[in-house]
Design a protein around this ligand. Structure first.
Ligand code: BTN
Length: 258
């Protein structure tokens, strides 16, 4: 696979009307783009700054799990965000990003893209993308948010431990797909969805997320909570019903038990 064509994407972003990907930093190799983006954020990087790498030595997912991605084959990038939203809306940002990724991915494939609360995008029930949001809060203020995204684009096979649960865009389409085009589409959708998020359209965004909710109605285990998933509330928490009683879950990994 060839290295990411940063020159072409830089040109496209510089001509775009939104503020994302201005600037975009490309690294052949790094430990984690989330760490690189956090360093930039602490040094004052502006909202929309992107760090993308062809290979991450220590890419991580939620809960400190490793994130596996073949070098030069997929997309691994992080955005520095300084969202102007009430701090109570922030937990929903992962779902808003997931919505944008799902919409972008769907433009390349022939199947609908679903969202598995809180941070996965699925095609035919298999994970095509994971999102890792890490925020720096000081008292009641959000200093910055780092939104890291891994999107499987051109990978055709996966390690045996995840092969039944993973997929990529190329495996779900007959069309030609490039990493540069996928990044462009994802950033365009993110720009639109984050603009709505900042202008107070959280209820509308959550209604869109609900249409793609792959967990609703399924029997799930999340941490200590077991029951039937009953959708996602306005603050981004998962509702789980057990014996007629609703419990809300703020964070965790969903395991399907049916
Ligand atoms: C998950 O599925 O748990 C989230 C995976 C997030 C992976 C991306 S790849 C770019 C960024 N850098 C990281 O170290 N992680 C995120």
């Amino acid at each position: 696979m060839t290295p990411f064509d940063i020159a072409s994407i830089n040109k496209r972003f510089s001509e775009a009307e939104h503020s994302y990907g201005k600037p975009i930093f490309y690294l052949e190799e790094t430990s984690s783009t989330n760490d690189e983006a956090a360093i930039l954020a602490r040094a004052g990087a502006s909202h929309g700054t992107v760090v993308i790498a062809d290979h991450q030595r220590k890419a991580r997912g939620r809960g400190g799990k490793p994130w596996y991605s073949e070098p030069n084959t997929n997309l691994a990038f992080s955005l520095v965000l300084r969202p102007r939203v009430p701090i109570t809306h922030l937990p929903a940002i992962t779902l808003v990003m997931g919505l944008a990724v799902a919409e972008a991915v769907e433009t390349f494939v022939d199947v609908p893209a679903g969202i598995k609360w809180p941070n996965d995008v699925l095609l035919r029930g298999r994970k095509v993308s994971g999102i890792l949001v890490e925020s720096s809060l000081s008292q009641d203020r959000c200093e910055y948010v780092i939104a890291g995204m891994g999107i499987n684009v051109l990978q055709r096979s996966f390690p045996s431990a995840i092969e039944a649960r993973a997929t990529s865009i190329v495996l779900e389409t007959h069309r030609t797909v490039t990493r540069e085009e996928v990044l462009w589409q994802v950033i365009m959708r993110l720009a639109l969805r984050l603009e709505s998020f900042e202008s107070g359209a959280l209820p509308e965004l959550m209604a869109e997320v609900a249409k793609r909710d792959e967990v609703r109605g399924r029997k799930v285990q999340v941490g200590d909570v077991q029951g039937v998933a009953d959708g996602i509330d306005q603050s981004g928490e998962l509702r789980v019903i057990l014996n007629g009683r609703v419990q809300t879950v703020r964070a965790g990994e969903v395991t399907f038990v049916d």
